[in-house]
Design a binder for this molecule. Sequence first.
Ligand code: P5A
Length: 437
Amino acid sequence: MRLSRYFLPTLKETPSEAQIASHRLMLRAGMVRQGAAGIYSWLPLGLKVLKNIESIVREEQDRAGAIELLMPTIQSADLWIESGRYDDYGKEMLRIEDRHDRKMLFGPTNEELVTDIFRREIKSYKDLPKNLYHIQWKFRDEIRPRFGVMRGREFLMKDAYSFDLDAENAVKSYNAMFVAYLRTFARLGVKAIPMRADTGPIGGDLSHEFIVVADTGESEVFFDKGFEDFDPLSVDSGLGDDLQPVVDQWTSLYAATEEMHDPDAPEAGGADIVKGRGIEVGHIFFFGEKYSKPMKAEVQGPDGKPVPVQMGSYGIGVSRLVGAIIEASHDEHGIIWPEAIAPYKVGLMNLATKDADCTAACDKIYADLRSQGVEVLYDDRNTGAGAKFSDMDLIGLPWQVALGNRGFKNGVVELKNRATGDREEVAIADIAARFAG
Ligand code: P5A
């Protein structure tokens, strides 16, 4: 993409409404703009990151055997009245009336709707297990939307729902999501710690939150240093494998929030506990019959008798992750994207746009990179070198390639790694090949 033709409204000034780094940087890097409190437009650069995160989340859900569908954002209140949650959910639910005075709502979550889909189509235990998920916008009328996309009112969530015949199998479904979450966050380039959690308005008695550790996290967390030693991507499990030992290994380590933290706990395990702040990026629940019973989502069991299915639900805050990853990965100059989700891999800068030879050399590098399938943002604007470098640092692409008059004379570009700051000179003729494969 040529920057001269792109839509990247970067800001030099720090917007006054933004209290935390990710919010400031997302506004300054031209990733989002606020439409109303807690409601954002995703500008092209932000949208690319959001889509990249979504793809990794999707791949890991598919890998774990979950099946994608797409449910609507607007739901009928009837199903929520049936489950008993219509009144319970309170002011966080955005309630709407259609022209026929029917009660509708903008979905804050989809347990009811998916349970309705399930009960209409699936009648036998032979069709279990099933795990259905979608990636869809939610609305929660948060009392205090803040920190940009981290606590929005409209936000993108991946939500999966599992259906099993009995509790034993439901725990297997839960474990499959537990491991998929560890893998997902590791692939996104962040360390996420699973922590036993309250179930709140979703319900049930088994639940874990996944917490990204970052200085600006909303809550204080205490966790075992041992988490550092685990690599989720080394868990090469197949569908149907017994994941209980993996889950046991992770859950044997201590993790708690400030409220839950028992000051005597660290010594009890003899473990090394560190204190940090955390951002909740995922939350999984096993709640058994909470929805299947009142909504009569039953299957015929092996003995021919109808039984309510055992359910769980599994959420990832896809749009929140954009902010959480920035919180975990930035410096005073801007964002530092983990390569897996970077909007572009390479930022190419022409520092001498008025020089025809230098411009021709940059154009060729750009064409070569593109023909290799490398995603490159090409700063071909007629602006000064300083603005180019600072914008490039701000938007945080993993690699910067700069070519100006001096480099052109010497036949070299400057290659910079955004994360380490390391710079090296590479022959103009060799630079595209550096990104091959
Ligand atoms: C699980 C999936 C649920 O809603 N029902 C379906 C269950 N869980 S949850 O914990 O309430 O939300 C799941 C994840 O969504 C993100 N999230 C938010 N992101 C941005 N702004 C918000 N206001 C917001 N609320 C929840 C979190 O990452 C949470 O873990």
